[in-house]
Design a protein around this ligand. Structure first.
Ligand code: ACO
Length: 405
């Protein structure tokens, strides 16, 4: 509910809006969402068409620069990103110091934030507050972050399974990522093209979603002129939460816990009694089927053709059917979101559940970079600073309650 709050000076009316349900804090031309109709467009292109015809790196270019690349622009962008895929040996050593079973997202957030110390020339706190005004300097951070993110992600995965980290190889962006994950470290290893394309499509679907929690976090940090590496680490930290990018991991845990189709009705009752949450369902903006979830279902079929059918998919599909026909969920407009099926696909591909949020983070970085760049150029930009309604004590006299040593 919105409440009008009179400020103490009586002149300003402020709105109490927890979760910023109705607060608009920027103009943006990156993503368009119609939550009632279930429409998502990146820079005016429908998500369905991009998922069918484009590639993730091309979509990253579109999001960041506003237009699809020409052949020349594409060649340069692809080369620049791919030549920035190596990470510094000291960063690698830092990652190696994590506990053997560290959550890959914890490693990712830390490594990304550590990158700011490797590039002081790109830190407004050290290099001057206008250091991103130069397009060459700004682009350099974009290439570096897009290039290094999959390498950091792959290293966090290799660490988690107790293996040496792999160096980047050749090929496209997503193909190279598969090489760096390669369990066998076998020089003959070639990722299955269907799986490469499936992950690339998932990357496209996860690349951008306007002012979600993590993108807002990035813009929030950027508003203080924080360096872009720390901004991206902050976005990843927000994404880590199970209500946001951690939902894919949470869905898998939920399906595993349900265990069999027979247990679904009892689980649904628990959801209605608010003892459980139906993870992968519901969305702040979509009050209709999430258009990305429809595409993810199709991707799942293609992946199962190669990897074999993941048994949890039957529970997921039955759960979806029951929920979509239940008045409780219909009334609350709760539909599957992008993450309801993505975890099942990642499981079929053989990824451990704690790696799923990392698989979401890699592509979302494209959206974060687009928002960062848009924010830098926004003539109305301001440091983000919401107001509060103070509910605590006032004007208390100090009284000693503890003995001083
Ligand atoms: N399961 C059961 N009930 C739900 C769910 C759910 N997944 N989501 C919302 N509801 C219910 C709430 O209990 C609430 O009921 P009430 O009116 O009786 O109090 C009502 O629906 C409205 O829910 P809110 O929490 O107010 O909706 P909000 O917009 O704040 O939250 C969110 C959106 C966080 C995504 C929520 O739906 C949720 O927690 N979903 C599960 C986690 C998830 O899948 N997150 C991924 C989101 S997509 C993404 O980040 C890529």
């Amino acid at each position: 509910d919105l409440q009008k709050i009179k400020s103490p000076d009586g002149e300003v009316t402020r709105y109490f809006d927890p979760g910023y349900m109705n607060t608009v804090n920027c103009r943006s031309s990156i993503a368009f969402i119609d939550g009632e109709k279930g429409i998502l467009e990146y820079r005016g292109y429908s998500i369905e068409e991009l998922a069918e015809k484009s590639t993730f790196l091309e979509v990253a270019f579109l999001l960041i620069y506003g237009e699809l690349p020409t052949i020349q622009q594409w060649k340069k962008f692809n080369k620049k990103v791919m030549t920035h895929t190596f990470h510094h040996n000291e960063l690698r050593n830092m990652m190696k110091s994590f506990r053997y079973d560290a959550h890959p997202m914890g490693m990712f957030v830390s490594a990304m934030s550590a990158l700011s110390t490797f590039h002081p020339e790109a830190n407004p706190a050290l290099a001057g507050q206008n250091c991103y005004d130069d397009p060459i300097a700004r682009n350099k951070q974009i290439y570096r972050i897009l290039g290094t993110a999959p390498t950091i992600a792959a290293s966090s995965y290799r660490h988690r399974i107790g293996r040496e980290y792999n160096s980047p190889r050749y090929g496209g962006y997503t193909e190279n990522f598969f090489y760096m994950l390669d369990n066998l470290n076998d020089s003959d290893f070639k990722p299955h093209p269907v799986l490469v394309r499936a992950l690339d499509v998932l990357f496209i679907l996860h690349a951008e979603h306007e002012l979600n929690c993590s993108t807002s976090a990035v813009r929030h940090l950027a508003s203080a002129n924080t360096d872009i590496y720390t901004c991206i680490a902050g976005g990843a930290a927000a994404l880590y939460g199970p209500l946001h990018g951690g939902a894919n991991e949470a869905v898998l845990k939920m399906l595993t816990k349900i265990g069999t189709k027979d247990n679904i009705p009892a689980f649904i009752e628990k959801v209605k009694n608010k003892e459980e949450k139906l993870m992968g369902f519901g969305h702040r903006v979509y009050k209709n089927y999430d258009p990305r979830a429809k595409i993810v279902r199709k991707v799942a079929e293609e992946v199962f053709e190669v990897c074999g059918k993941e048994t949890l998919i039957d529970i997921a599909m039955e759960l979806e059917t029951i929920a979509l026909n239940d008045p409780y969920f219909i009334e609350k407009k709760l539909y599957p979101n992008v993450d309801f099926y993505s975890g099942v696909i990642y499981k079929a591909m053989g990824f451990p559940p704690d790696f799923y949020p990392v698989l979401f983070t890699i592509p979302r970085i494209a959206g974060w970079l687009a928002h960062w760049s848009e924010f830098l150029d926004d003539k109305d930009k301001k440091i983000v600073r919401p107001r509060q309604i103070y509910t605590g004590h006032r004007k208390r006299g100090y009284e000693l309650k503890v003995e001083r040593d």
